[in-house]
Write a protein that binds this ligand. Structure first.
Ligand code: OOG
Ligand code: NI
Length: 459
């Protein structure tokens, strides 16, 4: 029996999810059109960028690239979600604690980990787990726990096929096809909420997010984000088309050499929901789903990340908190000013070890030159024109940005001060395994490409 690769299953699922979301949220389709136009223009204006994306293998994945997000209610749900994502070659990478930012969840991002797998299908899902223990009202917490304990967010077949995958280390074409359709059910929007509107309202009063997780049959996908090459152009395009994006773009300011991740979103949709009632149904609304766009730049080393966090922190401090609609202009000016301290050429970013790079051999006939991978040799090879470098794209998320995205669609008032500490251990216990360290992944990609390039130059 031929088994289908996890890359293929992930690609299929990503495409299917995009179709479903387009049907559920037509505005997402409009956004894809806008992103397509902006990307085409950006590429035709910048041959160097085109060349860079072709070298790194990102060119062909760009139009397919999406991330989504779901919010889960229990450890059990998270654990099974991890098993299901494993069928698609996705591992939990990184840990994001949103509690310090006033959002009662912690999270990871499920994604492929190897460069060639990412280039085949870079589909990622930001997956957060609700921290019910932070609900102060004990009675309400118990009600929420009971509600979550009763629900089953996966279809029987999805779980059965996952088990089959684990046993035979793969799925046949027929099984893989059924698997993606079954798993899609978990992400679907439900217009019916199996609880009373009164209970929903009390949960909502504790935190909107709690209502969003607990009141529904499943963890509906709440956004699906395409990747653009020019987010400022998208931001103004969205305003022209009346899509009302959030006031500021999250992340670093506009730069010649983009770093990490910049994101903007438009407000959540208000959707009709039928709540359970003694007699029939009671109608209400719920806002959860929204649109988001992102621009990705080079992955930073811990040293680069520290500088990023410092400059972002300084900006927020000068502003006196998180940016709002009222001080957006001032925020963007401060941000641009502070980030002048962040070198803005790939050469400097590489030399100062602020970011990660791929290395490519340019001249395969300089035998004898390359004896070691020490820094002096590498610098000489670059100067000689024998070695070329290109940025490794950031594949992950940013906790401060994520908190900003959560808040923009939950309403600003939903920021609560939770007096608690981060808890990676609790998260990993719920997940049933350790999360992958993203820095180790970037290091390995850089190191592999350097070794390969040197080996080719020595041939
Ligand atoms: C997830 C928000 C985080 C991002 O891109 O940072 C996120 C959520 O709202 O559930 O998707
Ligand atoms: Ni997102």
């Amino acid at each position: 029996m031929t088994l289908i690769s996890s890359n293929e299953i992930r690609s299929k699922f990503s495409a299917l999810m995009s179709e479903m979301y387009k049907n559920e949220v037509p505005l997402y389709g409009d956004l894809l059109e806008l992103v397509k136009d902006v990307n085409q223009t950006a590429l035709s204006k910048d041959i160097q960028l085109q060349d860079q994306l072709k070298m790194t293998g990102e060119f062909s994945r760009l139009s397919l690239e999406r991330h989504g997000a779901i919010r889960l209610g229990t450890a059990d749900e998270l654990h099974n979600m991890a098993r299901i994502f494993a069928v698609m070659g996705m591992e939990p990478v990184g840990y994001y604690d949103l509690v310090p930012a006033g959002v009662p969840v912690h999270a990871t991002a499920f994604r492929a980990v190897k460069a060639q797998d990412l280039n085949q299908s870079p589909f990622r899902i930001f997956t957060s787990l609700l921290r019910l223990e932070l609900i102060k009202d004990e009675k309400l917490r118990q009600l929420a726990e009971q509600t979550l304990a009763k629900r089953q967010i996966f279809t029987e077949q999805a779980l059965a096929l996952t088990k089959k995958f684990e046993q035979q280390e793969g799925l046949s074409a027929v099984d893989a096809d059924q698997f993606v359709h079954e798993v899609l059910e978990t992400f679907r929007w439900h217009t019916q909420a199996p609880m009373t509107k009164a209970l929903y309202d009390s949960l909502h009063e504790q935190h909107r997010l709690i209502a969003d997780v607990v009141a529904f049959k499943g963890p509906h996908i709440n956004h699906l984000t395409p990747r653009t090459l020019d987010i400022d152009q998208i931001q103004s395009g969205m305003m022209e088309q009346g899509m009302s994006p959030k006031a500021v773009i999250e992340g670093p300011p506009r730069r010649k050499c983009p770093i990490l991740l910049r994101q903007t979103s438009f407000k959540a949709l208000e959707e009709k929901v039928a709540f359970a009632a003694n007699q029939g149904q009671e109608l209400g609304t719920h806002t959860a789903r929204f649109g988001e766009i992102e621009q990705r730049g080079v992955a930073l080393t811990p040293k680069g990340r520290q500088l990023y966090d410092e400059l972002l922190g300084k900006t927020r401090q000068q502003l006196g908190g998180a940016p709002t609609e009222h001080n957006a202009q001032q925020y963007m000016e401060l941000l641009a000013k502070n980030f002048e301290d962040f070198p803005d050429s790939y050469a400097q970013l590489r030399q100062q070890k602020l970011a990660y790079f791929y290395y490519f051999p340019l001249n395969s006939h300089c035998s004898g030159v390359v004896q070691s991978d020490d820094e002096a040799t590498i610098e000489t090879l670059i100067e000689q024109g024998s070695l070329r470098f290109e940025p490794i794209v950031y594949e992950d998320f940013l906790p401060v940005s994520a908190a900003g995205i959560f808040q923009s669609n939950l309403g600003e008032s939903s920021q609560t001060d939770y007096a608690t500490i981060s808890n990676l251990d609790i998260f990993e216990q719920s997940l049933g395994r350790k999360v992958v360290d993203e820095i180790a992944l970037y290091e390995a990609i850089q190191q592999d490409s350097l070794q390969q390039a040197l080996a080719q130059l020595s041939n």
